[in-house]
Design a protein around this ligand. Structure first.
Ligand code: AMP
Length: 532
């Protein structure tokens, strides 16, 4: 019986074809495909033996850019589980909420995240199996956390003990939590068949080979990391995560890691430009440069094109709910400036098999040339939100007169005329991007209201930049408050990029014609206080 194709299939095929080629290179050390497979298979076999059967088929992985972390992702997949990425850069309370919501029975942790794990475990009720592949001895740890079952390096099963069990293409490949407007992160369930469709499109489009070396700038809690990992391993290429130092100044990383493929949010390119690291022909080794996650300014891609003269450059677009990316636009220096709007590179065309609908508020297609909300349908539309049928029903809809399920992206787009590419114009709601991270301002507001004990709190993206915002400024409906203490408490609940840089007291809010808080007026207030 041949196994149904899932996300692990490409990796296993590459292991057969290129056992000795590098699959992963971090900080000057390389791991060959055969080696990475053995580490993953050992984790998978250990999960097979130890992970509880009564939990959902999901395994949490906690870490950052370590060999163990990548082996853990693959280990979960070889076990037949979806992986749930947890991020040690997030406040422990947020990670705990994700872990508990996912109901994972097992968690794998890398060496650098063990101390953080203790903060996360503080308050976790359910019994977990904790796999610690980097630990030889965990006696102290086990004493402190006797409620949980701890498996240290010496207790792992051998790779040979792994037995492949069938995985359905409809099963969850990863469960990824993203900012939720009600104050609770939403878990997006992405199925294997969603990802394999995406990988097929990418394989056809970019022809990545075993000689390619791919960047890995995204944390695993950002779904764009799935492109880096699975595209590399699907093609026998090498995944090259930066060291923490290289991540801070990614310019030397391109040459040191011998990258041929660059994939980042536009904000990273802006950072390179600010550091003077987009000089002409600085990156001759790049053959492909992809940007995704937020609006891509024309001047940014032009500067990157000059720095990477041998690269094909693309702006790709997509929400987590439609699996990594679902439209693409190839930059052409002659044609593209005229096709761009608002100084932003178009988002282009849906991937083969995917369908775009530009719709009005009643979800009917707008007339050609009009702007509207972008809805996407096709094989990459994910399974919806974990244990949240209401939110799923609100966002995954069948528009009138259609039979397919579409995801409402909340993005405002336009196609100037037939044959013209889709251009991105902004959001129809209060979601913003900060350095590519997705933030529902309502989530910040809800936690701020709770933390400060006020009835009204409003957050706005500020200062704004062409791709989104650099940060958040919040307004508190109060005449007095201990703002430093409130910020400190927010830091315990929100990831750093969601914590307002500044909180202002605003006893009275300006209202718009509908009687709602006028966010535009608040932004104008910030603008005028900046210029005065
Ligand atoms: P996420 O789910 O974190 O990937 O965020 C998805 C959102 O990021 C989209 O709905 C857009 O608002 C924004 N986005 C992603 N890619 C692009 C792009 N190429 N241009 C403009 N906005 C983008």
């Amino acid at each position: 019986m041949t196994e149904a194709r899932t996300v692990r299939s490409g990796f296993l095929r590459s292991c057969e074809r290129f056992p000795d080629r590098p699959a992963l290179a971090i900080g000057g050390r390389s791991l060959a495909y055969a080696e990475l497979r053995d580490r993953a298979a050992s984790i998978a076999a250990t999960l097979q033996r130890r992970a509880p059967d009564d939990a959902p088929p999901l395994t949490a992985v906690l870490g950052q850019r370590s060999e163990t972390l990548y082996a853990s992702v693959l280990g979960a997949l070889l076990r037949g589980h979806g992986y749930v990425p947890l991020n040690p850069a997030f406040p422990a309370a947020r990670t705990r909420a994700m872990l508990e919501r996912s109901e994972c029975g097992a968690l794998i942790v890398d060496a650098a995240s063990e101390a953080y794990l203790e903060q996360v475990l503080d308050g976790v009720e359910r019994r977990l199996v904790l796999l610690m592949p980097d630990r030889d001895d965990a006696e102290d740890f086990a004493k402190r956390w006797s409620r949980h079952e701890i498996v240290t390096a010496g207790e792992f099963e051998s790779a040979r003990a792994w037995r492949a069990t069938p995985v359905e293409p409809d099963a969850i490949a990863y469960l990824l939590f993203t900012s939720g407007s009600t104050g609770v992160p939403k878990g997006v369930m992405v199925a294997h068949r969603n990802v394999t469709h995406f990988l097929d499109v990418m394989t056809e489009r970019y022809r990545i080979t075993e000689s390619d070396r791919l960047s890995q700038l995204f944390d695993l809690t950002f779904d764009l990391s799935a492109f880096d990992m699975f595209m590399a391993w699907e093609s026998g290429a090498c995944l090259c995560p930066p060291t923490p130092k290289q991540k801070l100044v990614p310019s030397s990383y391109v040459g040191d890691a011998g990258l041929t493929l660059w994939f980042s949010v536009p904000s990273t390119a802006v950072l390179l430009s600010r550091l003077g690291k987009l000089k002409p022909s600085l990156y001759p080794g790049l053959r492909l440069a992809l940007f995704c996650g937020e609006a891509l300014p024309v001047d940014v891609i032009q500067a990157f094109a000059a720095a990477a003269p041998n690269a094909v450059l693309e702006n790709i677009y997509g929400p987590t709910e439609v699996t990594i990316a679902c439209t693409a636009y190839r930059w052409d220096p002659a044609r593209s400036p005229a096709e761009s709007e608002l100084g932003l590179v178009p988002i282009g065309e849906p991937y083969p098999g995917m369908q775009a609908l530009v719709a009005d508020a009643s979800l009917r297609e707008v007339a050609p040339g009009e702007s509207g909300e972008l809805l996407m349908s096709g094989p990459q539309v994910s399974l919806g939100y974990w244990k949240d049928p209401d939110k799923t029903a609100a966002a995954f809809v069948t528009p009138p007169g259609r039979s397919d399920l579409f995801y409402r992206t909340g993005d405002r787009v336009r196609r100037a005329r037939d044959g013209a590419p889709l251009v991105y114009l902004g959001r129809i709601d209060n979601q913003i991007k900060i350095q590519g991270y997705r933030v529902e301002l309502e989530e910040v507001e809800s936690i701020l209201r709770e933390t400060a004990g006020v009835e009204v709190a409003i957050a706005v993206g500020w200062p704004v930049n062409p791709s989104g915002a650099d940060g958040i400024v919040a307004f508190l409906g109060a005449t007095s408050a201990d703002l430093d203490a409130i910020r400190d408490r927010l830091k315990l609940r929100l990831p750093p990029y969601m914590v307002p840089r500044e909180i202002r007291l605003q006893p009275e809010f300006p209202l718009n014609a509908n009687g709602k808080v006028d966010r535009k007026a608040l932004r104008a207030q910030l603008e005028s206080s900046e210029s005065s």
